[in-house]
Design a protein around this ligand. Structure first.
Ligand SMILES: Nc1ncnc2c1ncn2[C@@H]1O[C@H](COP(=O)(O)OP(=O)(O)O)[C@@H](O)[C@H]1O
Ligand SMILES: [Mg+2]
Length: 204
């Protein structure tokens, strides 16, 4: 197995599962937490992530197919979707930014139309597939009964991502908003919320 990433919570590696290329995501124990509590948190987040990956998929959003979930181990084995993160893609091909951002905006709008929020929408949690489709991953902070506030937070996170991780592409954020507006039901409520969230940050 090849390790791909070690994030704050999970170890990600690539391998095979029943002959298919798979990604193994295992939430590591956190030594500073009470062991029982730690097990519960890890298994609950694993379950939440698997459930949202499936729900988003049912709503027509491309997400990895889940092969196996082991709650005591806090492990999800899923389809390796291939491709590259939007973050890597934008760095390698900044000229594609407008096109990529339009896809990000319309995909997010479809997710939100299904009342699902992502919760951690960074350019590392979106993958551009070899066929050009957009795939969302890493749903553990999401919710399936998303409020306008939850959705506004998703959009705001993207705006921040484009002002920090992708300087020089600030203009591309507007493409996300345009595409979002075109696809999302009652987009103005969410975009109004984004403004409100920004103002809150400014005055507190
Ligand atoms: N199903 C998958 N197929 C291909 N690559 C993946 C898959 N899941 C994760 N990755 C890669 O591993 C990285 C980390 O996975 P992620 O689920 O976002 O974990 P973390 O919670 O640590 O951020 C992603 O940014 C992506 O590059
Ligand atoms: Mg991630």
């Amino acid at each position: 197995m090849d390790s791909i990433a070690s994030g704050a919570e999970a170890d990600i590696s690539r391998g095979e599962f029943l002959g298919r290329r798979a990604v193994f995501k295992v939430r590591r124990p956190k030594g500073y937490r009470d062991p029982d509590l730690d097990r519960r948190i890890r298994s609950q987040r694993t379950r939440a992530e698997a459930r949202l990956l499936r729900e988003a998929r049912s709503a027509g959003i491309r997400t990895p197919v889940i092969y196996s979930v082991d709650l005591p181990k806090a492990e999800i084995i899923m389809e390796d979707v291939g491709g590259e993160t939007i973050k890597a893609r934008l760095h390698a091909h900044p000229e594609e930014a407008d096109e990529i951002c339009a896809k990000v905006g319309s995909t997010l709008a479809r997710l939100h139309n299904a009342r699902i929020s992502h919760g951690d929408l960074t350019t590392s949690n979106m993958v551009m597939l070899p066929d050009g489709r957009m795939c969302f991953i890493d749903f553990s902070m999401g919710t399936s009964l998303a409020t306008t506030e939850d959705m506004g937070t998703d959009v705001r996170l993207l705006e921040r991502a484009f002002s920090s991780a992708h300087p020089g592409l600030e203009g591309a954020y507007q493409r996300i908003v345009d595409a979002y507006r075109a696809e999302k039901n009652d987009a103005e409520a969410v975009l109004g919320k984004v403004q409100e969230i920004k103002n809150r940050g400014r005055y507190t």
